[in-house]
Write a protein that binds this ligand. Structure first.
Ligand code: FES
Ligand code: FES
Length: 170
């Protein structure tokens, strides 16, 4: 029998204490214990990307992260905290709407359809843009492996490339 332990996490810039079994997937901790339902459950086996968040800035599929595997001090950011993740003067700086530049680009390109996959898709795109600030649509198509049952891939690629162009001009 596994017993709950208390773990301290930094989530969206705030210190959060969680009491859960060490093998609890981070996805469940975020949704159930921390009331952050923006991160979605899709496949539960690391394939679809609906549960993508950032851990220390890297796109991470939270259904595959046991609570006990997190380093103390790891910076976890979910879709709810993405606008605040930005560092002034960098490519992540929030834009005029107070959103992350990727979210602005999403609105401009009208990317979502049903919307279910979109938080994970946006988190994957934001990490990709940070790694490659001059990315083009073709590279986005090859790099983002999140699954969208509505087929928004062309608009995802368009939005990320537009965000890269906008950031390049700013
Ligand atoms: S729910 Fe995590 S990858 Fe599908
Ligand atoms: S917008 Fe419907 S699953 Fe992607």
């Amino acid at each position: 029998m596994t017993t709950s332990t208390t773990t301290v996490l930094t989530v969206n810039g705030s210190r959060r204490e969680v009491s859960a079994e060490p093998d609890t997937p981070l996805l469940w901790v975020l949704r159930e214990d921390l009331s952050l339902p923006g991160t979605k459950f899709g496949c539960g086996i690391g394939m679809c990307g609906a549960c993508t968040i950032h851990v220390d800035g890297a796109a991470t599929r939270s259904c595959q992260v046991p609570l006990a595997s997190l380093e103390e001090g790891a910076q976890i950011v979910t879709i709810e905290g993405l606008p605040g993740e930005g560092v002034p003067g960098t490519a992540d700086e929030p834009g005029e709407r107070g959103l992350h530049p990727i979210q602005d680009a999403w609105l401009e390109a009208q990317v979502p359809q049903c919307g279910y996959c979109q938080p994970g898709m946006i988190m994957a795109a934001a990490a990709l843009l940070r790694e490659n600030p001059t990315i083009d649509a073709e590279t986005v198509r090859a790099s983002i492996t999140n699954i969208c049952r509505c087929g928004t891939y062309p608009r995802v690629a368009e939005a990320v490339a537009a965000a890269a162009r906008a950031l390049g001009q700013s």
